[in-house]
Design a protein around this ligand. Sequence first.
Ligand code: RTP
Ligand code: MG
Length: 140
Amino acid sequence: MAIERTLSIIKPDATKRNLTGKINAKFEEAGLRIVAQKRIHLSAAQAGQFYAEHSERPFYGELCEFMSSEPVVVQVLEGEGAIAKNREVMGATNPANAAEGTIRKEFALSVGENSVHGSDSPDSAKREIGFFFSGLELVG
Ligand code: RTP
Ligand code: MG
């Protein structure tokens, strides 16, 4: 399988509880390498732009409000099959359905406040990495 890069976000519920290190350890244990990382505080408009694909969904307003409520840590993870591997380590969107050992099983509070985001395809990974990081911030 090819080496890929994917965009990960440690969400406000997790940064607030000081869980960045524990979550990063899960990525590293799974063989994902953190090749770029920064802590930022999104505006509601920026969160809305990032999650534009969900703009018609009933939870969109709540999602944008939550994602802009506290700082987040945005990061680029690299590894073999990184997009699918990251989603496996994250676990199901709803922590009630997440497998043992996954980040969401261990740390998520609810289907909305679910601790992490991960790109869901090569196209979204490309768009989402470009949304947060410039070429200069991405070491080859
Ligand atoms: P993400 O995009 O954050 O990695 O999560 P995902 O693919 O597992 O889930 P997705 O369907 O893309 O939904 C994006 C985020 O919206 C919030 N959500 N709330 N209240 C609800 O029913 C609901 N459903 C989704 C979650 O924060 C979810 O991660
Ligand atoms: Mg998604």
